[in-house]
Design a protein around this ligand. Structure first.
Ligand code: ADP
Ligand code: GN1
Ligand code: MG
Length: 365
């Protein structure tokens, strides 16, 4: 605790820190809520960046600063009411104007302003929440849409490039010494039977059908903050993966996390399914703000994007399980296997409802 206070104090040297608690359920970084003895600004977020994942955390900070300056400027100039409630978290600087602080062990720390009176959920609450989640992602895409991709470094090489995850999976599998189990065998078969779909988005990108745009990269529902009073989406957090990509990565990730009512941490993986009503609400919310910039081809590949991102996450979890849990934080030994099963079951459910999903996509346009 003393150590944490010393670290937190780098970002607010004039303030008295009265409490620091672990916060949120992120799978990558270590997040803390810092409480100050200051009634105007009671909290901020302190995070230790996982530098095994983000090998160049300085680039992550540069991207976040570039995005948040761009968005703040846009919000301040906004003459209509598009973004009237929207908030953008900003980076806190140390006394000597650094956007991060390295402790004695070399850990990389950063601080972010707190989105007050808001909460995020790991599991979707209802149709209103779903609609707001979609609205939140659409608002974010609008805000970031005119930030030049040249201003965004690649903070995580290969992120959402499914063929690369697949290639890596095969290499890991070859060396793996994990003993066989019914659940493990289900995953192995599942992956092999989908081998021919892993290139679908990358091929479309290579053919020039899908443009690279600035995206969030990680819009699962617990990264979208909801106002506690109005129950409206008011901010997106976890900006580490803001970088050029396909909108399909974002829309797919948002739907795979929002339409699974058992949540991605359930142990009841056999009961997991993709909820169509929630999908419709998320897409309606999204398109109410983002309809104008999607191209014909982008619409055409939405179904494949939704399916692929669920499959890809299953593949990432299963590979991490085989590799000894080096990427995602775990709470018990087979955690990444359990998470992979959930995503594969979800993929199966998406596939079995392809016709209905295509209908929804047609209707919400
Ligand atoms: P991770 O990269 O590990 O997922 P996040 O940045 O998503 O870490 O933080 C974990 C959780 O903490 C989020 O899901 C969110 O609920 C909360 N959180 C993160 N940043 C903020 C913020 N600026 N204001 C309020 N809550 C936040
Ligand atoms: C990670 O950081 P967090 O928990 O919001 C991961 C996402 C996965 C998600 C699955 C940088 O997100 O890609 O979809 O776990 N983030 C990174 O829960 O890999
Ligand atoms: Mg997160």
């Amino acid at each position: 605790m003393n150590n944490l206070i010393t670290i937190a104090a780098q970002f607010k040297p004039q303030e008295k820190i009265i409490d620091i608690q672990e916060y949120g359920h992120g799978n990558i970084n270590n997040t803390f809520l810092v409480t100050l003895d200051n009634c105007e600004e009671k909290h901020f977020i302190l995070q230790r960046i996982n530098t095994k994942v983000f090998l160049q955390p300085e680039l992550v900070m540069q991207n976040i600063c570039n995005f948040s300056n761009h968005a703040q400027q846009k919000l301040s100039k906004n003459l209509d009411d598009n973004y009237c409630y929207w908030q953008v978290p900003h980076v806190l600087f140390t006394n000597n104007s650094q956007n991060h602080w390295l402790d004695r062990e070399g850990s990389f720390w950063r601080a972010i302003s707190f989105i007050d009176n808001a909460q995020s959920f790991d599991i979707i609450q209802d149709l209103n929440h779903a609609q707001e989640i979609g609205y939140g992602l659409g608002t974010f895409h609008n805000l970031i849409s005119d930030l030049s991709v040249d201003k965004l470094a690649d903070t995580l090489e290969g992120f959402h490039i499914t063929p690369r995850y697949f290639q890596h999976y095969r290499e890991v599998l070859e060396k793996s010494t994990i003993k066989s189990s019914a659940e493990g065998d289900y995953c192995l078969k599942f992956i092999e039977s989908r081998a021919d779909c892993v290139n679908i988005l990358e091929n479309a990108k290579a053919k020039g059908r899908l443009p690279l745009r600035p995206i969030h990269g990680d819009p699962k529902i617990n990264n979208i903050m909801m106002d506690k009073n109005t129950e409206k989406a008011i901010a997106m957090v976890d900006l580490d993966t803001v970088k050029p990509g396909l909108v399909h990565y974002d829309i797919g990730d948002c739907l795979r996390s929002g339409c699974n009512i058992l949540g991605e941490e359930t142990r009841d993986w056999e009961k997991v399914s993709f909820d169509l009503e929630l999908a419709q609400a998320i897409l309606q919310g999204y398109l109410s703000v983002a309809r104008s910039f999607l191209t014909e081809y982008e619409y055409e590949y939405l179904y494949e994007g939704i399916r692929l991102i669920a499959f890809e996450l299953g593949l990432r979890f299963f590979t991490d399980y085989l590799e000894g849990d080096i990427y995602f934080k775990i709470k018990y030994p087979e955690h990444n296997l359990a998470r992979a099963l959930v995503q594969f079951k979800l993929t199966e459910s998406i596939e079995s409802q392809k016709r209905e999903i295509l209908n929804i996509l047609q209707n919400v346009r």
